[in-house]
Design a protein around this ligand. Sequence first.
Ligand SMILES: [Zn+2]
Length: 341
Amino acid sequence: MLLFWWFIDNVVQPFLLLAFAAGSQWALSFALPGEMMARPSDDDGTWDVWFVRRSSEWIGGIVVRVSSVLVFFAWFGPLLFLWWSTHIVARRLKVLEAPDRDTMQVSGESSINRRWCDFCNVPKDDRMYHCRRLDKCLPLFDHWCEWFQGCVWAHNVKAYLFFVTFIPVHQLFCLVVGIWALTDTRYEHQLGPQIIVLVLSTIMLPFSFRNARVPWINLVAHNMVWPESLKGLIFLQVGAPGNVIVLDARDPAQNPWNLGFWKNLCLYLGPWYTLPFFWLPSRMYRLDGYPTRADLQPAAVPLQELRIDRRREARSTTGCEPSEDAAHARRPAAPHDQTES
Ligand SMILES: [Zn+2]
């Protein structure tokens, strides 16, 4: 049974994606527009070329070909980048040891302490989580994605949003154009590729919609990566050693990194004029003080700290006191004392 799911995750899913990529380009960038621009004429069976045919047909052919290629590269470009970002950038990344700071995320699993990775044997910076597939801690690590066999982390989160958003758009495009081509008797010479792509789009569309919904809710609406949503509780040392507050990451009002939908989106996507450049790292790490590159030191974060101060005030008025164990918060523990991964 385990082997079955391993096979589905690691073979069937990537295969479906590549089959859809190849099939959609064959059907909608070559076969159908080719036929719209030059096909056997109805009466004598010889081929017309585009410039002697009705302009509505060859203009239609150009529109289908250009839109098909554009919507394809809107997710296939990010897919190539995601793969490179995982297997070249993340594998080679040397993460600097995070310095002690007055305001930082701490571990609350057994006692309040510095976050420590048992696998990498290093203290972890804020929002850094361990990827078991790469066997490495990555900043803003979200999850390992079976579709493209790579991980989502600070370097590629913008490309990931492009990837999950434009796959369902492309599949809807294939469904609409494919059904139109099937019902139009003028284009009956290239039925095979159209049917293959229609079947693939129909099978994959429900999964694509579900896969697009989760990152938009978790990452953009809540600014919460997958390990945070699993754990739920965030232990945050605020302003001074030992002053620790506990926040529920799944509660949008408590999550210390959530700035609201639009500000989260701006941080992930960058300024509007950089919107098409999916390979630029998210600004999360410039404004929030987490390094995108190993040689950048984490800095204090005005935006983030302002928010934490407000939380702290809110907490103190509701009588939530810092934890007793918090006195040990700054003492780095021996690795075997830590259970967090
Ligand atoms: Zn690690």
